[in-house]
Design a protein around this ligand. Structure first.
Ligand code: IMP
Length: 438
C-alpha cells in the first residue's frame, strides 16, 4: 500500500499535527521524516492539549507505530522528557521507534545556534534556538553523532574524542564562547543513550516491512515549504536535510519515491510566520491582533509552540499557496482554522503582486524580492458567525463556502478537509483522504 505524505504549504504552524492526529486512525505507521525539536505540533483531543516536538502526532492512536525517521535530528533530553510527559498523561509510548541513523543534537549545537545568531547581528534568521540548524550543518559536515553512537559507550567515546575538541576550538576561538567538558558530555549522553536504547532501531526496515504487508503509512512533515532550504524564502529558512517538502519524505524515512501516492497539503485559512524574512501579506494593524489572539485564552492563539514567540499574521496568500502546491505535487488540501476568520466583516485573499508598478500573477523570480512586492487583494464577504460546531460542508454559511471555493481555485487542488476548531472532531471532511467514500 503506498504512503501518504502530510506537508505544510506555508511557513509552518499550519496545523499539520491536528491533521495527522485526525487521519492517524486509518494508518498503522506514522513517521516523522524531517526537522528536529524546532518543530512544534499542537494537538487537542480527549486527553487534553499536547505540544509535541519530536514524537509523531499519531501517538494518540493505540494501534500505530510512531517512528522518528533518519531525517530528523533529535535532542535526546527533549525526547526523553516528551516520552515521560506522554506516559504520565496516560499515552502508551512503547510504540515509539527512533531511527538508529538519526543525528543527535549535542550541547554545542544549542550554544552555536545562539552564538551564530548574535554574530549575524542584523542578518539573524530568528531561529528557534533549539540547535537544529547546527545539528544539520554537522550532519552535512560529517561531524555528527547518531543515536546508534550514544547507545554504545565505545562508539560515543570514540566520536567525542575527536568532535568535542574540534567544536571547543570553534566555540572558543571563533565565537569567544565557553568550552564543553568531555566527562560531563560523555556522562550525560551515555545516560540519554541508556534511556533511549529500547526505542532505537532500523526504522527504515520497519516502514518497508509495513509497506510489504500492505499497511497504510503516513509520513508527517514538519515546518512548511516556504521554510525549505531549496524552495523557501532563503536565507530565512530552516536547515533540515532532507527538505520540508514531500520529496524529502522518502529520504527522511528510507523509502523510494514510488512509495508515495498521496500528498496532503495543509494550509491555514490565513498566513503566519515566526522568525524573520519576507511576508508579503503581513498585517500590522488590529486585524493582525484579531488573527493572533483568537483562542488565546484556550492556549490556541498564534504563539509559537516551541518558543512562545508571537507569530506574524496576515491574509491568505494564494500566489504562494499555488507555488507550494505545485512544488509538492499536492493531491489533497486540508484547510485549517476556518473558524478564526469568522470575526471579520470582509476577508481578503492575495491573488497577485505588484512590483515596480507591474502586476505579477506568479512569484517574483527571486523569492527574497517578495519583501518588495505589494499584494493585490480580492475581498470576499465574511460570514460573521460561529462555525466551530459545523461538520458538513453544506451547513457552512454560503460566504464561508465561497471562501473555501476561492482557496481551492488559487491552490489548484480540491479541499478535502476543513478544520473549524482545535479539537480532533471539529472538522469537516468532504472527501476521505484515504480514498474511502464518505
Ligand atoms: P531553525 O529551524 O530553528 O533554524 O529556525 C529557522 C527559521 O525557521 C526561523 O524563522 C524559525 O522561526 C522557523 N521555524 C523553525 N521551525 C519552525 C516550526 O516548526 N514552525 C514555524 N517556524 C519554524
Amino acid at each position: 500500500m503506498p504512503a501518504t505524505v502530510i506537508i505544510g504549504g506555508q511557513w509552518g504552524d499550519e496545523g499539520k499535527g491536528r491533521v495527522v492526529d485526525f487521519f492517524a486512525r486509518s494508518c498503522s505507521v506514522i513517521a516523522r521524516y524531517s526537522a528536529g525539536s524546532n518543530a512544534g505540533h499542537t494537538i487537542v483531543n480527549e486527553l487534553g492539549k499536547f505540544g509535541l516536538h519530536l514524537v509523531p502526532a499519531g501517538i494518540f492512536h493505540a494501534d500505530t507505530t510512531c517512528i522518528i525517521g533518519n531525517g530528523v535530528v533529535v535532542n535526546p533530553q527533549t525526547l526523553i522528557e516528551e516520552i515521560e510527559m506522554l506516559s504520565s498523561r496516560g499515552v502508551d509510548t512503547s510504540r515509539v521507534r527512533l531511527s538508529d541513523r538519526a543525528h543527535v543534537v549535542m550541547p554545542w549545537h544549542l550554544a552555536i545556534d545562539k552564538l551564530d545568531e548574535q554574530l549575524r547581528g542584523e542578518r539573524a534568521i530568528g531561529t528557534t534556538g533549539t540547535g537544529t540548524g547546527p545539528a544539520f550543518t554537522d550532519k552535512a559536515a560529517r561531524l555528527g553523532i547518531r543515536t546508534i553512537d550514544i547507545v554504545k559507550p565505545e562508539a560515543l567515546e570514540e566520536k567525542l574524542s575527536f568532535i568535542l575538541p574540534y567544536k571547543n576550538r570553534v566555540i572558543t576561538e571563533l565565537y569567544g564562547g565557553e568550552p564543553f567538558d568531555y566527562d560531563e558530555v560523555r556522562a550525560d549522553y551515555l545516560e540519554y543513550g541508556r534511556q533511549l536504547r529500547p526505542y532505537v532501531t532500523d526504522t527504515a526496515a520497519l516502514v518497508q516491512d509495513a509497506q510489504d504487508r500492505g499497511e497504510q503509512i503516513l509520513l508527517e512533515g514538519a515546518q512548511g515549504t516556504l521554510l525549505d532550504l531549496d524552495s523557501g524564502t532563503y536565507p530565512y529558512v530552516t536547515s533540515s536535510l532532507p527538505t520540508s517538502m514531500a520529496a524529502g519524505a522518502c529520504l527522511g524515512v528510507g523509502v523510494g519515491p514510488t512509495a508515495i501516492d498521496r500528498v496532503v497539503g495543509v494550509y491555514k485559512a490565513y498566513q503566519t510566520r515566526v522568525g524573520d524574512g519576507p511576508f508579503p501579506t503581513e498585517l500590522f494593524d488590529d486585524d493582525a491582533r484579531l488573527l493572533r489572539d483568537h483562542g488565546v485564552d484556550q492556549g490556541t492563539g498564534e504563539y509559537g509552540t516551541t518558543t512562545g514567540r508571537p507569530r506574524r499574521c496576515g491574509w491568505f496568500d494564494g500566489v504562494l499557496a499555488g507555488y507550494t502546491a505545485r512544488l509538492n505535487g499536492v493531491t489533497s488540501v486540508a484547510l485549517t482554522r476556518l473558524d478564526v476568520l469568522a470575526q471579520f466583516e470582509r476577508v481578503k485573499v492575495c491573488v497577485g503582486y505588484e512590483l515596480d508598478g507591474k502586476r505579477l500573477e506568479s512569484l517574483p523570480p527571486a523569492l527574497l524580492e517578495a519583501s518588495a512586492v505589494r499584494p493585490v487583494y480580492e475581498e470576499l464577504p465574511g460570514w460573521q458567525q460561529d462555525v466551530s460546531h459545523i461538520r458538513r460542508l453544506v451547513d457552512l454559511p454560503p460566504e464561508a463556502r465561497r471562501f473555501v471555493r476561492r482557496i481551492e481555485e488559487l491552490i489548484g487542488v480540491q479541499v478535502d478537509m476543513i478544520s473549524v476548531g482545535p479539537e480532533r472532531e471539529q472538522a469537516i471532511v468532504t472527501r476521505d483522504i484515504f480514498g474511502v467514500p464518505l
